[in-house]
Design a protein around this ligand. Structure first.
Ligand SMILES: [Zn+2]
Length: 127
């Protein structure tokens, strides 16, 4: 946490504690590094509310990427029915949080989340 960075890169809030999302584990327990080219190009600073939203976006993107692989018949984290199940639950959680937040999320459209949930529902697991 650091307050010297100025304002939140998403909503512009200042005078509040800002945090930088950088390292950690992603939804599939893989090491997460914002600096790797496949994720975000530049580290940004977010206020608490935005960093929560950013986490939702991160999970959503990871899940969607794995789902795309699964749909294409490739190896995917979602090939495991247990993980698929967990991802389904997480997507519903994300949708619920976004829809209960006042105003549109700076990162995620509720519609995109709903669409992915629908795609999940029409997928039959072979596992
Ligand atoms: Zn913010």
């Amino acid at each position: 946490m650091d307050t010297s960075a100025g304002s939140c890169n998403a909503c512009g809030a200042n005078g509040t504690a800002l945090m930088k999302l950088s390292l950690g584990k992603d939804f599939f327990s893989r090491p997460y590094d914002r600096l790797s080219p496949s994720t975000d190009q530049s580290p940004k600073w977010y206020c608490e509310q935005c960093s929560m939203q950013k986490n939702l976006q991160r999970d959503f993107r990871d899940i969607r990427a794995e789902f795309d692989k699964l749909s294409a018949g490739n190896t995917s984290e979602l090939s495991k029915s247990e993980t698929f199940q967990r991802a389904t639950i997480r997507l519903r959680e994300i949708a619920t949080i976004i829809e209960s937040t006042a105003g549109p999320s700076p990162f995620l459209a509720a519609q995109d989340v709903r669409q992915l949930i629908e795609r999940f529902q029409t997928t039959t697991m072979q596992a």
